[in-house]
Every structure is written in structure tokens, then in C-alpha cells.
Design a protein around this ligand. Sequence first.
Ligand SMILES: [Zn+2]
Ligand SMILES: [Zn+2]
Length: 253
Amino acid sequence: MRITVLGGYGGESEECRMTCLLIDGKVALDAGCLSRMLPVEEQRKVTSILLTHSHIDHTNSLPFFIDNVYGDGDCRIDIYSSPATIYAVRRHLFNNTFWPDFARLPNHLVPALRFHELRDETPVEIEGLRFTPIPTHHLVPTHGFLIERGSAAVLWSSDTGPTTRMWEIANSVPNLAAVFLETSFDNGMQRMADRAQHLTPRTMFAELRKLERSVPVILHHLKPPYIDKIHQEVEEMAHPDVSFIEQGKTYEF
Ligand SMILES: [Zn+2]
Ligand SMILES: [Zn+2]
């Protein structure tokens, strides 16, 4: 499987794009920058989008993406997410005020956007990939995902504070190739991180002790103001498995 990081951050700045992965060219995981980081011809190849949660750093490009691929109304995009996220996106983004309701355009029988509800820990098959949604601990209902194709498996944490079930599942997957784990704030922002249900280097390393094997751990969702301090605090620990996500890179598993 090929995972291209279109956006790997938990906020936006000149150099940082918000969370969005393109998997095997056809499936997006989150849509923090889907319309900004791909040529329109490549956007037209995307058939499906999984949303980890409703926060706008993960959903904001959906309206502009659908505008780019809508054409004369013949596009069909499948969106997979929790019932809570689907409700939020339909109510707050595609509500005919913020943006047209593409779940009823060009008509309600064959709409451009089709929403599919995910159930915790019930895998779905999309374009030859298998996604297992795993609830994490965040301010709104959020799924991390175990992503599998053939014998390759990787774990994407999405946004989370300290959690348990994700690690139980990670430990049960014998062929786990990598864990993408969030680290949003530096240690000096611990109180904020705890309130917002995110990780700092301190809590990230504590989480890693729940992982019972050595696999590459790739940190993502750094918030732009704290990137330098997070790098410093992580590098001081000199953990051999831990590195930082590279925006624009395609990871092959
Ligand atoms: Zn986020
Ligand atoms: Zn979030």
C-alpha cells in the first residue's frame, strides 16, 4: 500500500498542511487539505474518503474538493465515518448555508456525496483496502484506523489523548509495519494537551510503553507553534523507533 502524506499537521501555516492522506491514489483519509495539495485531475481519481472525526483540521477541504470533482453532476464520492461525524458534516458544512448540500445534488436519489456509517471495530473494504475503525480518546467521537492491504498493516492514531483499545489492537496484529501516532503539543503545554485530549512527547512516550513490540513510530499532527520544541523534546529521548512524518512523502508498506 502507498500512503502519500498530503497534510501531516494539526494546524496550518506557510509550510504546514492539515491532516490528509492519499492511499493508493483513490482513497483519502481525512480531508484537511485534499483540494489544496493535489492537481484537480488527481482529485478526480479519489472515490472514497474516510473521516476520523469532525474537527475542521480534518474536514475543511471537503466543500472545495467536491466543487472540483462535481463536473456536471456525475461524480459519486463515498464518505465513511461515525454517525456523529456524518451528522456534524451534514449539519455544519453541507447545510445549504455554509455550502450546498451535495448529499442531495444533483438529486437525492443519486447524489454526489454518499455517506456510510462506520461501526467501532467493524472493518470495511474500500478499493482493495481494509479499514478497521478504532475509537480513540478525543473531544468528539473519533476513530483511529488499522489500515490493511494484503499482508501489510499500519495503524493511524488520528487525534487522541492517552488511550487503551488502540494498543490492544496494535498488539494483536502480527504483521504491523508502522504506527502513526499523534503528538500535538510540547511538554510545556501539558495542561492544554490534557484538556484538548492530545499527546505531548511525555504522554506519547508513556503511550508507546503499551506497544509490545518494536515497529517504526511516525509522529504526526504537530501543531505549528510547537514544532521546534516537540522536535527538541523527542530527539532528547533518542528513541530508535520514533521519527516525524514527512509531508509530501509516499510511504510504502
Ligand atoms: Zn486534529
Ligand atoms: Zn481533533
